[in-house]
Design a protein around this ligand. Structure first.
Ligand code: SF4
Length: 303
């Protein structure tokens, strides 16, 4: 099948199955274009919670599809690329988190959504990079265990000064690839450009950026600033929407390393096969799901 036929088949199957396709901003352009909703983790979680469709096809990585299942247990949630995982999410386990909780009994556990359902079940509340500061501010405890992203945790710690943070030592292998000398070189090449970066980058890269935010905040900032040259410090998939929305601006990737192999695993063929064979369905232990649901619902209540 060529691409046009694949797209036609996906649209046909989507209707037959009563499905909605959600795609993360880091997906390949053709997958973003076939999706009903494209967004970051927070936006997609909200859509997963609100949708009336029977089937959710989640074009992203495993923890995202799991979050959709936690929020919508009566829906069939499919992950088209079975082995699309998130190395950061795998850096924390429920057992190790329980050990840390025992060490800091007074602390509240804030868990980045980039984590498994079992880990979310151990947390008091979840957060995304869009709402992390507000989530932490909403907590009464003085001590906060933040897992698994150390860089996002240290970014929040700088903003919320009246808390004591115990940071898990996890990281995003994609954002960690950005090197200081790459930032300096690209700044020399485009001296008038603004650098918009994700807080999953290392602190020394964060310090060199003009703006820090989640993918949706970066997209909004790029739309609003007057600069015509913009350097993007997050996964390259976001360039697709940035270029579409801002045809008069030029975008440059901060580092060629900003490509997440796991996010690129989902192809149109996978979306088609997922709908055709109803594969690969996400299932969860109900006890774990209910506990993880509390953490996600508390997050969604934070305004
Ligand atoms: S970009 Fe980083 S955090 Fe996101 S899925 Fe890839 S490895 Fe995980």
């Amino acid at each position: 099948m060529d691409q046009k036929q694949l797209i036609e088949e996906i649209i046909k199957l989507k209707k037959e199955r009563d499905a909605i396709i959600l795609a993360h901003n880091y997906q390949v352009p053709e997958v973003q274009d076939i999706a009903d909703i494209v967004g970051d983790s927070l936006a997609l979680s909200k859509h997963a919670a609100d949708t009336n469709h029977k089937v959710i096809v989640f074009c992203g990585v495993h923890f995202m599809a799991e979050s959709a299942k936690i929020l919508s247990p009566d829906k069939t949630v499919l992950l088209p690329a079975k082995d699309a995982g998130c190395p950061m999410a795998e850096m924390v386990t429920a057992d190790r988190l329980r050990e840390m909780k025992a060490q800091y009994p007074e602390a509240a556990v804030v868990c980045y959504v980039n984590s498994s359902a079992e880990v979310k079940a151990e947390a008091d509340i979840c957060c995304t990079s869009s709402n992390a500061v507000k989530v932490v501010e909403s907590i009464k405890n003085k001590q906060i265990i933040f897992a698994p992203d150390q860089n996002l945790g240290s970014y929040i710690a700088k903003k919320v000064k009246d808390k004591e943070f115990i940071l898990w030592k996890g990281f995003c292998i994609t954002h960690k690839r950005v090197k200081e000398d790459e930032v300096k070189k690209i700044k020399e090449l485009y001296p008038d450009a603004k650098i918009l970066a994700h807080p999953e980058c290392e602190p020394e890269i964060q310090a060199l950026a003009d703006f820090l935010g989640s993918t949706s905040e970066i997209i909004k900032e790029a739309r609003e600033i007057p600069e015509k040259d913009i350097i993007i410090g997050t996964e390259e998939g976001v360039l697709h929407i940035l270029k579409k929305e801002n045809p008069d601006k030029k975008f440059y990737l901060l580092s060629p390393g900003l490509i997440c192999q796991n996010m690129k695993k989902t192809r149109l063929e996978d979306v088609y096969l997922s709908l055709l064979h109803m594969q690969h369905e996400i299932t969860l232990d109900e006890n774990v799901r209910l506990k993880a649901l509390k953490s996600l619902e508390r997050m969604l209540e934070v305004r």
